[in-house]
Ligand binder design. Sequence first.
Ligand SMILES: Cc1cc2nc3c(=O)[nH]c(=O)nc-3n(C[C@H](O)[C@H](O)[C@H](O)COP(=O)(O)OP(=O)(O)OC[C@H]3O[C@@H](n4cnc5c(N)ncnc54)[C@H](O)[C@@H]3O)c2cc1C
Length: 496
Amino acid sequence: MNRRRYDAIVIGAGMAGLTAGSLLARRGWKVLLLEKESQAGGYVVSFQRGDYTFDATGAFIGGCEEGGQFHEILKEIGAHEAIEFIPVRQIRNIYPGFEVSLETGGFSSYAHALGALFPEEEKGLREYLALVERIGNEVKSYSDITLVRKILFPFFFRNLIRYHRTAHQAVLDRLFRGGEIKMALHTLPATDPPSRLSFLFVATLISKALMEGVFYPRGGMGRVPEAIGHCLLNSGGEILLRTGVDRILIRNGKAEGVVTKNGEVFESPLIISGINPNHLTGMLPREYRGSLTSKMDQYEYSLSCFILYAATDLNLRKMGLPYFTYLRSLSDLEEEYRMMQRGEVPQNPTLILSIPTLLDRSLAPKGKHLLKVLAMVPYHYRDGWGRGNPEDYRRIKEEFSQTILQQLDSKIIPGLKNHLLFHEAATPLTLERYTGNEQGAMYGLASTPGQFGNGRPSHQTVVPGLFQAGHYTRPSHGIVGAALSGLFAARAILRK
Ligand SMILES: Cc1cc2nc3c(=O)[nH]c(=O)nc-3n(C[C@H](O)[C@H](O)[C@H](O)COP(=O)(O)OP(=O)(O)OC[C@H]3O[C@@H](n4cnc5c(N)ncnc54)[C@H](O)[C@@H]3O)c2cc1C
């Protein structure tokens, strides 16, 4: 059998695997990155349909400018000059009976937009944003914690301690009276309702988005993994695409290498997994599975989503549409989540629309615009989207696509249905199939109070030499969260 030896083997070229691999390669390590698909990026990929370049999933990335967290990670990798980031400035959130237009630009403009709409909540809003800012600062200094701060932890990190088991709901209920402002403040990239979402997660996210802004990479989301992948290769690392890992080899209780689906063996005393931990567990010899499985059984996962990709010849710029629109028709967020748990979706599902061609004209031919629409949906909707019967699957997918198009046409883009040039969709089964995420989970583990930061699995596993990164691990989900997990895993390895 052909065996090759490396200093480190990374499984999965998502943002986490790419970050960890490229950082180790940059330090001169001989790194091999194995990816089961035909391109690197995991959820963060672009794909072509004729002249159209679509992003498979995400709409924006936080902190891409000098001083921002993602910029710093890219700089450490050496990829910061390879990508041009376009700031996302216009966001329109539509709720039942009211709407908010947000201009990104720090705490004051956010407070101003919400304050103008809810003057009676001014005091609560001021207190909320001040708390968010304090927590943001504590989280920032926690990532570069000094010995003095470690010793005096309760003094320097009093809010992290005070709120570490608090859900967003508790803070919203304490500071606000009206349901509308609570709904507006819970418009976040997470699938959990206020009663389940960690307030520390919310505060970290809002403070970062407001302080560091959100961005779109010119050329599409796929530019990001492409640039990081190049850095890995330039540092002497190797990437093997279409190479799924099947088993982890362990000798004398320590990681020793991997066996791929087509039987190739690659050896290394250090393996970093960037994939669904339940799949990782299945790759281990039976005697090692128990300790990992028992823990994973206790965790809760984020929900999945349906994605519609479409093209139109309507002049969306002239129609005044912003890059990003959030449309919510159901006011009860808790009921929406309960419906999802029952395998149902609301008649008018919440939609998240992005129009990347408003930021980057190169993604489609002149005069055409691309739309990507996300709707949070359950994995078990209508017998698992007609799983097992291709005809049922296609029919359910098309029916759901039409529900979305109808909503877009009637509430956001009048005339769209008559000007539709193309549409295609992805379901939770698509997300699961391409990335291996648990039931197509958008964000890995749910960010509940018990599953944020140190409440998530650590990077070191029970098997010496086997590490893990990705949005199931610390610190949290999202493109930056996954990249940070890769950075933390690489640092933990380098420390050893
Ligand atoms: C629809 C959607 C929209 C989103 N929008 C945003 C957004 O706008 N902004 C944001 O910050 N975040 C967004 N996210 C979340 C973000 O994309 C993820 O949290 C993050 O990209 C996860 O990265 P990861 O490296 O942990 O895992 P993944 O992206 O899941 O990558 C795992 C990789 O491992 C590979 N793999 C799996 N099994 C094997 C195997 N056996 N052998 C080899 N390779 C294997 C997979 O093919 C995949 O490439 C969104 C997610 C979704 C689904």
